[in-house]
Design a protein around this ligand. Structure first.
Ligand SMILES: NC(=O)c1ccc[n+]([C@@H]2O[C@H](COP(=O)([O-])OP(=O)(O)OC[C@H]3O[C@@H](n4cnc5c(N)ncnc54)[C@H](OP(=O)(O)O)[C@@H]3O)[C@@H](O)[C@H]2O)c1
Length: 253
């Protein structure tokens, strides 16, 4: 089929055929779904996560569908880990990072160390991704980070700072890496992923229900809806420096 005859979304995904995609945080949640969809579109994917068993299960699941998939079990925040992996991998076309976490507590009531670690794990961990891997991204490629919405500064202090810092970082990096590489972020709100695997089933259901009530669209997201946004930012060649909220409108409420 010629490009002109393809639905617009398929034309974007067609650019992923044969592309090399590195997903840092690719063994679970958003990252895994991005990898699965990109692999479906013909990308060669490399997944990164710390837990070896989870990594092997994720790579096997992709390979079972015929995907070209590999992986590395590393802690991306360990000094030098990303640089070493970059040397081994060589050039890639797209990098996605879902590094970061969540926290509760305001600026005064949360533990100072928790706030510091949350900002470190969001801003500085992802800045390391950009510094170590940005130079290894091929011309015309992309770097897509993960921010977040829905928390308030008084109840999720460090996470809010981290998410806003990601939005600021992508604006800077987008200019610094232009015109070679585009840099963007996806900002989801509460979504059922592996991030919440330590909640018991009742806590999970209660949190999901209360988030659904707070979200103007009246429900929480499917992981696939968030993954679509990463794929859009990776493939739409004229978007850079943007943080795309995919949050059912909670950031407007
Ligand atoms: N889900 C939500 O409700 C929500 C809402 C807003 C924003 N976010 C953002 O989304 C991101 C989390 O994604 P997710 O919800 O899809 O969570 P997830 O299912 O827990 O996935 C996180 C992925 O990152 C990997 N990972 C974590 N730390 C790592 C490290 N230091 N080195 C290498 N890999 C690492 C995890 O594997 P290992 O654990 O094996 O390392 C896993 O593959 C965070 O940036 C979070 O702030 C999530």
């Amino acid at each position: 089929m010629s490009d002109a005859a393809m639905p617009a979304s398929d034309t974007l995904l067609a650019s992923l055929r044969g592309a090399r995609l590195l997903v840092i945080g690719g063994t679970s949640g958003f990252g895994f779904e991005v990898a699965r969809r990109a692999a479906d579109a013909g990308a060669r994917v490399v997944l990164v996560g710390r837990d070896r068993e989870r990594l092997e299960a994720a790579v096997s699941e992709l390979r079972a569908t015929g995907a070209a998939a590999g992986g590395a079990a590393i802690d991306a925040t360990a000094p030098g880990a990303l640089a070493t992996m970059g040397e081994q991998l060589g050039e890639v076309d797209h990098v996605v990072s879902t590094l970061g976490g969540a926290m509760g507590g305001g600026f005064l009531d949360a533990d100072l160390e928790t706030i510091r670690e949350t900002v470190e794990g969001k801003l500085f961990a992802n800045l390391e991704v950009a510094r170590a891997l940005g130079p290894r991204i091929a011309d015309g490629g992309s770097l897509t980070f993960t921010a977040g919405t829905g928390g308030s500064p008084s109840t999720s202090s460090g996470a809010t700072v981290g998410n806003e810092a990601i939005a600021t970082m992508v604006k800077g990096l987008a200019i610094e890496l232009a015109p070679r590489v585009r840099v963007n972020a996806v900002a989801p709100t509460w979504t059922e992923t592996g991030l919440w695997r330590d909640l018991d089933p009742q806590q999970l259901e209660e949190t999901k229900a209360s988030m659904a009530e707070a979200i103007p669209l009246g429900r929480t997201a499917e992981v696939s809806e968030i993954a679509q946004a990463y794929l859009f930012l990776m493939t739409c060649g004229f978007v850079t420096g943007q943080t795309l909220a995919v949050d059912g409108g909670i950031s407007l409420a």
